[in-house]
Design a protein around this ligand. Sequence first.
Ligand SMILES: C[S@@+](CC[C@H](N)C(=O)[O-])C[C@H]1O[C@@H](n2cnc3c(N)ncnc32)[C@H](O)[C@@H]1O
Ligand SMILES: O=C(O)C(=O)C[C@]1(C(=O)O)C=C[C@@H](O)C=C1
Length: 256
Amino acid sequence: MIAELDSLVPITFMHTKKDQLFSAPIDKLGDWTFDEKVAEVFPDMVQRSVPGYSNIISMIGMLADRFVQPNSMIYDLGCSLGAATLAIRRQIKQDNCRIIAVDNSLPMVERCKKHIDAYKATTPVEVICEDICNIKMQNASMVVLNFTLQFLTPDNRQRVLNNIYQALIPNGILVLSEKFSFSDRTVDELLFNMHHDFKRANGYSELEISQKRNMLENVMLTDTIETHKQRLNNAGFEHVDTWFQCFNFGSIIAIK
Ligand SMILES: C[S@@+](CC[C@H](N)C(=O)[O-])C[C@H]1O[C@@H](n2cnc3c(N)ncnc32)[C@H](O)[C@@H]1O
Ligand SMILES: O=C(O)C(=O)C[C@]1(C(=O)O)C=C[C@@H](O)C=C1
């Protein structure tokens, strides 16, 4: 089943370098940024760090097959190297659609453009280097926030969700994937620790895990599933639920 789904998506990025960014001790750990070094190893990093990542990407393609409407726009917000965009574009059978992929990291955007150009398809893709808080969206049948909202300030999170709701057409869908926290402390600790087990099993050392965690601490603030659902309801969405979860990572759909 999973192998079949994986074959739906071209995650075979051109240069997949192993993530060893944090394998040696770093003197001054700054805040996390999606810089050149991260962009270079991102396919390996995200695959070994996010439980269920490739399944979520494949299934975003399946959701595109169901939800993308003719003559509409698709937005991939925080697109990184374009994995979700590629999965969506492969599945679109509708005429006159356009995908807008947005990221505010120039190293990501430059690589993303190369990945998009490496595959032939009819649906045009525009890759834009911009903060997702500043972009104007309209006539959207599908919007993807695949592990992006967690990097925004809480105020901006609600603002972006409001904009997305306004931009969606009837029966349009938002896919919101995030790292979650849990209000039950026992569950929160268990799923947090199991995520670290997952990273260890994927070859990360204790040093790599702890240095990356310190760098992410101030810039990636996680919310509970309840908080996400409340924000989506506040934005106007009535049909909201979790469709995927593995440990403390998961994905929510919100339909207009
Ligand atoms: C974890 S990655 C997303 C992974 C990607 N969506 C995928 O499916 O492979 C988060 C991305 O969001 C981008 N990002 C973070 N904050 C942003 C913002 N305010 N505007 C645009 N992009 C942002 C980062 O540059 C990074 O590439
Ligand atoms: O918590 C972690 O260790 C993570 O790596 C999470 C996470 C994410 O969820 O976006 C953070 C940064 C990287 O881009 C990949 C994954």
